[in-house]
Design a protein. Structure first.
Ligand SMILES: *Cc1c(COP(=O)(O)O)cnc(C)c1O
Length: 452
């Protein structure tokens, strides 16, 4: 019998996180302050603990995972690497398809991999509360879980449209003891300002970030936690790719191509960066970030300094962006809606070291359904983006007769996203390509500082 599930023991959970900065050909572009000058680490001290700020700016290749964090990760790690024999058969492809399944975490996605260390470091530095934003709810529920594990209070600003459409993610956050507010809320100046201008605002990740950052900056006992984009978040996610490399070793295989859905870049960085280390050392491996055509940050955005939030409270990051006031189209059900992208992922893409692909919504759900019918697991809509790209390439292998090894990160399950699947089955979802005109306009709103 051929091996399907490739498993590791608990002691094989990585002992260190891998920092891609050590292997990048150029140092990362520095974040800038409002005056256009690079900010020092101190500028972040009002909202982040020292240990995470150090990780944010570190160039060390390996950063040790604290013993207590590794122990907490055993709640669901190591996650399985699975050979998709049944999907290969269904497609009739000679390609070998593998996926790392991050849906085994209690929150159902990869996000607890960073929520746990973030909560732990904050706890070490005497912080009592964490504020954060959440879009579809995966990050909010992951931080709620981590806060519960280490005895921290968690307040989540949830994008209003999701707050109304995804009541069960709200229930998960409540179950793990977090407080959840619809954003824009009347609890912050940022929220009140948006509500005054747009009383019916459906909210956006950028707005919710503004609210959560404002709260953390104005309270000494409270820090902010971000679920993607920042360097330390991608760092924590590298347990995924490191485990995967060990698992491939066990079966004597290695991927030709690594794929991940890409919103802010954390699950892409998490799975792909450890393989980038091999690429930097001369090995041939392609790394592909897959994003929605309706929020095409890497494939159509500008590489420029922009704010991380909607109203310009955060430092400026050099990244691919659709403009910080980008409002994602309401018809888009598949997540990955952030206007920007990780600075590390953006720089590697800008330097031609990784690839990006945009896929349409209907095709992603079609791929997700094909996957679920073959492999059993119902994927998160975000994960469906990577699955679309993998299926397309597996079908191309069928044409060419090539037996490539394709590997993707199945970043989460879709059990709390069945309303999106319902919409797909009832024909309510449409394809939407973000208009060139809107992208051009966004450029006008970019802050006029820095290079890029
Ligand atoms: C958040 C999330 C993503 C996107 O991750 P990014 O770090 O924003 O790229 C993908 N899949 C699932 C299941 C998620 O919860």
């Amino acid at each position: 019998m051929q091996q399907t599930r490739i498993l590791l023991d608990e002691h094989e959970i990585p002992t260190h996180w891998y920092n891609v900065v050590a292997d990048m050909p150029n140092p990362p572009a520095p974040p800038l302050g409002p005056d256009g000058q690079p900010i020092g680490p101190d500028a972040l001290a009002a909202i982040f603990p020292q240990a995470l700020i150090e990780q944010e700016v570190s160039a060390e290749r390996w950063i040790e995972i604290p013993a207590e964090v590794r122990e907490a990760l055993t709640m669901w790690r190591p996650s399985p690497l699975i050979r998709a024999h049944r999907l290969e058969q269904a497609l009739g492809t000679p390609a070998k398809i593998y996926y790392k399944y991050e849906g085994v975490s209690p929150a159902g996605s990869h996000k607890p991999n960073t929520a746990v260390p973030q909560a732990w470091y904050n706890k070490q530095e005497g912080i009592k509360r964490l504020s954060t934003e959440t879009g579809a709810g995966q990050w909010g529920s992951s931080l709620a879980l981590a806060g519960q594990m280490f005895g921290l209070d968690v307040r989540v600003y949830m994008v209003k449209v999701s707050y109304e459409q995804k009541p069960f993610r709200r229930s998960m956050m409540h179950t793990w003891g977090a407080e959840v507010l619809a954003s824009p809320s009347d609890q912050t100046e940022a929220g009140r300002k948006i509500l005054a201008e747009h009383p019916d605002s459906p909210g956006s990740l950028g707005i919710a970030i503004s609210e959560a950052v404002e709260e953390a900056a104005s309270r000494k006992d409270t820090n902010y936690a971000l679920g993607s984009v920042l360097n330390h978040v991608l760092l924590h996610q590298t347990v995924i790719g490191q485990e995967a490399k060990k698992q491939f070793e066990k079966v004597g295989d290695y991927p030709d191509v690594v794929y991940a859905p890409c919103g802010g870049g954390s699950n892409f960085g998490g799975v792909a960066f450890p393989f980038f280390a091999d690429k930097a050392a001369g090995k041939e491996v392609r790394l592909v970030a897959v994003e929605p055509a309706s929020c095409p940050t890497l494939t159509k955005g500008h590489y420029a300094y922009d704010f991380g939030d909607a109203i310009g409270m955060t430092p400026l990051l050099l990244m691919y962006t659709l403009g910080h006031d980008f409002m994602p189209p309401g018809i888009h059900a598949g997540g990955l809606r952030y206007h920007g992208d990780s600075a590390l992922v953006s720089q590697l893409y800008h330097e031609g070291l990784i690839e990006a692909r945009a896929v349409h919504q209907l095709a992603t759900f079609e791929a997700g359904v094909t996957f679920a019918r073959a492999e059993g697991i119902i994927p998160a809509p975000e994960s469906n983006h990577a699955i679309r790209a993998v299926i397309d390439d597996a079908l191309a292998c069928k044409e060419s007769g090539e037996a490539k090894t394709l590997f993707f990160n199945l970043s989460g399950h879709g059990h709390f996203d069945m309303a999106a699947y319902d919409k797909y089955f009832s024909g309510e979802l449409e394809d939407f390509e973000y208009p060139e005109q809107a992208i051009a306009e966004a450029l006008d709103h970019l802050p006029k500082v820095g290079a890029g």
